[in-house]
Ligand binder design. Sequence first.
Ligand SMILES: NC(=O)c1ccc[n+]([C@@H]2O[C@H](COP(=O)([O-])OP(=O)(O)OC[C@H]3O[C@@H](n4cnc5c(N)ncnc54)[C@H](O)[C@@H]3O)[C@@H](O)[C@H]2O)c1
Length: 437
Amino acid sequence: MTDHSELAAKIRGKKSVITVMGLGYVGLPIALEFAAKGFPVCGLDNNKKRVEKLKAGRSYINDIPSSKIKKAVRKANFKATTDESVLGESDAVIICVPTPLRKVKDPDVSYVIKAARSMAKYVKRGQLVILESTTYPGTTRDIMMPLLEKKGLKAGKDFFLAFSPERIDPGNKKYSFVNIPKVVGGVDAKSTELGELLYSRVVGRTIGVSTMETAEVTKLLENTFRIVNIALVNEFSMLCNKLGIDVWEVIKAASTKPFGYMPFYPGPGIGGHCIPADPMYLSWKARKVGFKTKMIDLAAVTNRLVPNYVVERIRSILSNQGRKLSLSRVLVVGVTYKKDVNDLRESPALDIINALEKAGTKVSFTDPYIPSLDLPDIRIKGSRLNAELVRRQDLVLIAADHTGLNYRMIAAKAKCIFDTRAIFEALGIKGKNIIKL
Ligand SMILES: NC(=O)c1ccc[n+]([C@@H]2O[C@H](COP(=O)([O-])OP(=O)(O)OC[C@H]3O[C@@H](n4cnc5c(N)ncnc54)[C@H](O)[C@@H]3O)[C@@H](O)[C@H]2O)c1
């Protein structure tokens, strides 16, 4: 049995070498936070371009200023690399690789498997390995653990193993990695304890749970809660439109209840790497044990209909003005999946643009975070937001309500605006040309 007190002492003394594997939206902030606290940190990523940028002190995530990276690189306790042999020199390894969906909407854990295979070559006595990628319950124990144990070392006996879900919300100015409590579930009590000790150096609060599966499914409950409530409010919004009721006013009024209600807002559809994917991981696992997650499945279907609903609303708004969708010009403002991020993954704006282009609409877009859309099915160069651009359009669609755009100018110059985020109302901008979702 390996003594865990040696690693604990190293962590307390900030002497433990920490490697973060996968330097994306999740991994990079973690690596930089440990570096800022004085730990020696290796950032391991197999994307050469990302590593080169980091070495040059340049950020590719808009939440993270380049100055923060420059500082870590200058202090020389943060080293970005593509060389996986750093895994063998590490005391703790935190794995933050992607967990997307396959085309058939099943979990794609191939990145986790690849990362575990790399880790397996270097795993050593006394090391702590933590998986952070969102995944279905059983991934750490059934997929990672056997790979890590191949060389003969045993998890919980020779090395320590845990799962700790990442709960960050990119673009959120109030909550970031450091002030979101960190849930940790280890293969044994010592692994949980070490995981909590490690994270307690950089986050305000840690919560140890009894198993790795509990930690894995905690994250899935959180995101399932979101997908179901978003689907509910999206459906509610469609109903309110039919009834001639302002759903935004209803939500505002309902939010005054001091208990038992939490506001969720309608929008052009769900996107990002988490909400559309994570609940599907759970429903897949449920099917494996003969259980049908009816709520999740219905929520996913409901949300998937929303981009098309937005297109149909655009068609009807234009038609009421005597215009045909196929002969119209539409400017999409904000194409990322939500405001103030540069993440296009699963963005509903892309589905909307696709459907509009298929209908023959002349589509342009503007987004301060996205210079151009160079995707297999959409190739459009972004336009600079200015009065002339807005004036030329038959309709302006607000798909992502990025902070700091000139909404007053848009309201003043646009013939017609379809606002899926109610941003004009939030800013107190009124106009007969503004139609809310
Ligand atoms: N983005 C979010 O808001 C968010 C929030 C909470 C949890 N998560 C979860 O965190 C995980 C990571 O998400 P992300 O958004 O950071 O993804 P990302 O795509 O931004 O970053 C993943 C990084 O891992 C690297 N990578 C992949 N395989 C690798 C390997 N074998 N070795 C080294 N590097 C490798 C990629 O090059 C990439 O830079 C996912 O499971 C996701 O569901 C994401």
